[in-house]
Design a protein around this ligand. Structure first.
Ligand code: HEM
Length: 510
């Protein structure tokens, strides 16, 4: 792999340490940071508390817990018809049973807000993290509609990305899987988000990958301080400062592209087929030349797209290695379906990867990136059909991870069956149900309804095209010949594939 500096994706501790800790300790910002941290620890937090609307139903788990996996599982089966709450950091989160799904799934932002929830949870005012309407529309409508037209570019990028980050591998070569896949996914996404050559610019790639990591870490660190101090702390916490620098440097890189797109005389056919164009087309007229707005939206799309797809794909590969009997099953299907040297992948050919689709969905059933989806902030008191009112300010969600392990929905839920969803699709009437991208009351990992992930189609194509090439060109095994998949990191309501686990690759002689 070309990139020599490896970084843990979620705790932000670089493996290659730069500079001296001692000199860092005595920088003026570090001293100020230490003083504020001490004051906060010794009571300021309690003198200046933040707003925190309480949860509903039984509270399961303890405030301060770092992992709510067991609490969610217990709560889901103990309270199939009533609400329960887990005291996650910063906001108690109330879990709503799926019987209320139809009542909540299509409510407008003015009643149940997805965007405000993201901004509140990740302190978007300081980290920039959030979602905006332009971004959602550009993904939901333009990206999804144009997938058939961009497949040639994706295919080209698959070849480039794998050539660069996996390479020849004449002998078994170990790669930390998560980091390797992050590079692949960032290149593929970038090709469609900003187009070539910017998509292969190292500084741009670094910013789009790191924005998520530093944004989330920065928000975590900000939460250690009372809200009243956040306006100051944003300048003292390195990760938050870093986020601002990604935005300003990213703006410099994007500015020429944005300027070049101001020619409004182009017909629809002549317009470049990328996210920069879609953002400019879809945003408010006043923002069309606004470099900060377009850059911010670009960074946000990287946030929602890159690590989510990487985590999902890493889990698929770990599951393949834990169940290696599926490798040849998938290879046989790829051989049968894939385009010849002269052809390109098409939508129809990708649809032929039915076993791969099923395997991906089974992997996601066990290990989605998040155990709670449909996270919302209640914007107006909301009366449910059981008479209970969720008050304005409450945070709610559905326990997607536990739902996926419910034996009433999935027989033998703890058994990994890579063809489970293919078998379900083969039942009459089910042909279009249980695809990787399908959503429903028993398929909650993408959310359901108005805000169901609009990028899931694109993510599915990216993963399938990458996986088809990797399995065709390489043999894979876990480092040291291990047969157990590396343990996930369970954090809060997240499931993180082990970022340090290495997978060995060797070129196949076909
Ligand atoms: C395997 C990868 C992915 C997973 C697991 C995932 C999962 C999710 C989930 C759970 C939601 C929230 C749904 C809800 O609360 O109802 C969501 C929202 C969203 N996702 Fe994805 N996502 C993935 C990839 C992507 C990609 C590649 C893109 C963009 C190209 C994307 C764009 C979005 C956007 C824009 C939203 C907000 C939708 C809205 O506000 O209406 N996602 N995603």
């Amino acid at each position: 792999m070309s990139n020599a500096t490896l970084e843990l994706p979620f705790n932000n501790m670089p493996l290659a340490l730069e500079g001296s800790y001692l000199s860092a300790l005595f920088r003026p910002t570090s001293i100020l940071l230490s003083v504020i941290t001490l004051l906060t620890a010794f009571g300021l937090r309690y003198l200046l508390p933040g707003k925190n609307i309480g949860g509903f139903g039984e509270v399961i788990g303890k405030t301060g817990d770092r992992d709510f996996h067991d609490a969610l599982y217990k709560g889901y089966f103990k309270h199939p018809n009533t609400l329960f709450t887990i005291p996650t950091a910063h906001h108690p989160m109330t879990l709503v049973p799926t019987q209320f799904l139809d009542e909540i799934k299509a409510l407008p932002e003015s009643i149940l807000s997805f965007q405000k929830q993201v901004t509140a949870r990740f302190l978007g005012k300081y980290t920039g993290l959030g979602v905006n309407d332009t971004l959602v529309h550009s993904v939901k409508v333009d990206l999804t509609k144009n997938i058939p037209k961009i497949m040639g570019e994706l295919q080209d990028e698959v070849g480039y990305a794998i050539g660069k980050h996996v390479g020849e591998c004449e002998d078994w070569t170990p790669y930390p899987l998560y980091f390797m896949l992050t590079h692949l996914v960032a290149l593929l996404s970038g090709r469609i988000f900003v187009g070539h050559p910017l998509s292969r610019n190292e500084e741009w790639l670094h910013a789009t990958v790191r924005y998520t990591i530093d944004g989330f870490t920065g928000a975590e660190k900000l939460w250690n301080y009372p809200r009243i101090l956040h306006p100051i702390m944003q300048y003292l916490i390195p990760e938050v400062r870093q986020v601002h620098s990604y935005l300003s440097n990213g703006g410099k890189m994007l500015a020429p592209l944005i300027k070049a797109r101001q020619n409004t005389n182009l017909s629809e056919k002549e317009k470049p087929m990328d996210m920069v164009q879609w953002i400019i087309d879809n945003c408010d007229p006043k923002d069309k030349e606004n470099v900060s707005y377009v850059t911010q939206t670009q960074m946000l799309i990287s946030v929602v797209a890159i690590h989510t797809t990487t985590m999902t794909m890493a889990q698929v590969i770990f599951d393949l290695l834990a169940h290696p009997e599926y490798i040849d099953i998938l290879r046989e299907e790829i051989q049968r379906v894939k385009p010849t040297e002269e052809e390109a992948w098409t939508k129809a050919k990708i649809a032929g990867l039915r076993k791969m689709d099923s395997f991906m969905k089974e992997s996601q059933r066990f290990r989605p990136p998040g155990l709670v989806t449909m996270n919302r902030q209640v914007e107006q008191d909301l009366k449910l059909s059981n008479g209970l009112t969720l008050p304005k300010g409450a945070h709610i969600g559905v326990a997607a991870g536990s739902n996926a392990l419910d034996p009433e929905l999935f027989p033998n839920p703890m058994e990994f069956d890579g063809l489970r969803f293919l078998k379900l699709r083969e039942r009459p009437g089910n042909e279009n149900k249980y695809n990787f991208v399908t959503t429903g009351p028993d398929q909650l990992h993408w959310g359901v309804g108005t805000h169901a992930c609009p990028g899931r189609f694109f993510a599915s194509y990216e993963i399938k095209m990458l996986l088809a090439k990797l399995l065709t060109d390489y043999d894979i095994k876990l480092e040291g010949g291990a047969s157990e998949r590396p343990a996930d990191i369970a954090l809060d309501i997240r499931v993180i594939p082990n970022p340090m686990a290495k997978v060995m690759f060797k070129k196949r002689s076909v």
